[in-house]
Design a protein around this ligand. Structure first.
Ligand SMILES: [Zn+2]
Length: 215
């Protein structure tokens, strides 16, 4: 999988990779630092225990544009159980919907099951323009490999754990609304949404779902 290196907050591709520890000096390294490709992260790596694995809890990139860090591993501290969890291990469902007041909404729900996951599509009746293309709208089973790929994409490519909760262009009243709801083990949820405003790399993100329905 190609690694997308765009800031999840502002979309800039002008980003620097953190280099941790004490790197050996070289002309090449100096060039990369001078051109903003590399930034020093210091020597002290903090790590946490995630299911018996030590995970470095450090950002991988720094955005030269908005100056924020990103690319931290998709892990979080579960206060109630006093332990760290990795989102990728505990996602049980993904629901994406997009549309507008006039055109209606398309909703794609992907739910993990024993064989992989099922994909359920809900669309307004007056969409699709060509009904023949949508004969297969009954639930579709995807493989475990495919499911894992989708989950990893969300976190490793789009850094969804670093998205804002809400993207809104307050100047526009109708238009397009969207929401992504991730269900985690134990009925926990993470919801991200927007109105006429989107996280960076949106069209690439939409492609995950356009595979299952036209919208
Ligand atoms: Zn940025």
């Amino acid at each position: 999988m190609e690694k997308q290196i765009g800031c999840p907050r502002c979309g800039s591709k002008n980003v620097a990779r953190y280099l941790y520890g004490y790197p050996a000096y070289s002309e090449d390294l100096k060039k990369k630092v001078d051109s903003g490709k590399i930034v020093f992260g210091g020597c002290c790596l903090s790590s946490v225990d995630v299911n018996g694995k030590q995970v470095f809890y450090m950002p991988e990139y720094s955005c030269n544009e908005c100056k924020k860090n990103f690319g931290t591993p998709p892990i979080f501290y579960n206060k109630k159980e006093d332990r760290w969890e990795d989102y990728r291990d505990i996602v049980t469902g993904i629901r994406f919907n997009i549309g507008g007041y006039f055109g209606g909404f398309t909703e794609i729900t992907i739910k993990k099951n024993k064989q992989g996951a099922t994909v359920h599509v809900n669309q307004p009746l007056d969409l699709p323009i060509n009904p023949d293309e949508f004969k297969g709208l009954e639930d579709k089973q995807i493989t475990a490999e495919k499911w894992n790929k989708i989950v990893c994409k969300l976190y490793d490519k789009f850094y969804i754990h670093e998205w804002n909760k809400n993207y809104a262009d307050i100047g526009v009243l109708d238009g397009t609304q969207w929401e992504v709801q991730i269900t985690l083990k134990g009925s926990r949820k993470r919801t991200y949404g927007g109105s006429n405003a989107y996280p960076p790399n949106w069209s690439a993100f939409e492609r995950i779902f356009k595979e299952f329905a036209k919208f």
